[in-house]
Design a protein around this ligand. Structure first.
Ligand code: GLN
Length: 237
């Protein structure tokens, strides 16, 4: 964290805001404030260049057409790519996992170049994947199951530089037959989970905050958050 305020970038909520994933930025801000860390959300819309100096970034899901508009903007203003190269954490949800890859094919079969922050590609599945998703995380620092709601047509295949975020227990996830979900590469974490993700998975929220602040955070005792987490995991069964 460069200054005394943690700056959370909510990237293109005007086009990548269909699924309420902007809630992830609210969760980061709230969990930071509950530790006495001053935090603010910086909304980056299509009217703005993408800054490279924020402490953590989040991007949400979108329809095929909206995600194409977002892709063009991120190509034109490569602040997100530079921030990730500098090690700033980035959380990318659903359409954003596709946009951050090398290319994705829309459900109409058109191939669109992504921004190649993640070594992965996406092609349409025959059937849309819709429903609850529960996974076991595969990355250091996470031990609790992750849960979310998935709604996507794209199936994502990882290249060697991208590692899966988690193994699928229930649901589809990346949907290319590998049984895994999401992608992690450098400081980028991406997933198909809506929910919003960080409301349902506080451990992941704190993992991002620790990376963004460079400090270990004391756990928060919030029984209602833990209840939500457990409820959503058992609802998937
Ligand atoms: N349009 C993409 C797909 O259907 C992503 C959808 C989403 O973000 N939920 O695969």
């Amino acid at each position: 964290m460069s200054e005394s305020t943690l700056r959370i970038g909510l990237v293109l909520p005007d086009v990548m805001g269909t699924y309420g994933d902007g809630g992830n930025a609210l969760i980061l801000r709230q969990r930071a404030r509950m530790r006495g860390i001053d935090a603010e959300i910086v909304e980056i819309t299509l009217d703005d260049e993408v800054p490279e100096s924020l402490d953590v970034y989040t991007l949400g899901g979108a329809e095929d057409n909206a995600q194409r508009i977002a892709t063009r903007h991120l190509q034109r203003y490569p602040g997100l790519q530079r921030a990730a190269e500098a090690g700033h954490p980035v959380l990318a949800i659903c359409a954003a996992i596709q946009v951050l890859g090398h290319w994705y094919e829309t459900s109409a079969g058109e191939r669109v170049a992504g921004i190649s922050m993640l070594d992965l590609t996406t092609s349409p599945r025959e059937a849309r994947a819709i429903g609850e998703l529960v996974t076991t995380p595969l990355i250091d620092g996470l031990s609790q199951p992750l849960s979310g709601f998935e709604n996507h047509r794209g199936a994502t295949t990882l290249g060697p530089a991208a590692k899966p975020l988690a193994r699928v227990r229930d649901g589809v996830g990346n949907g290319d037959g590998a049984g895994v979900e999401g992608a992690v590469q450098g400081s980028v974490i991406s997933t198909y989970m809506h929910g919003p993700l960080l409301a349902r998975n506080p451990e992941l929220a704190d993992h991002l905050l620790e990376k963004a602040t460079g400090t270990a955070l004391a756990p928060l005792d919030l029984p209602q958050v833990d209840r939500l987490r457990k409820e959503r995991i058992s609802a998937a069964r």
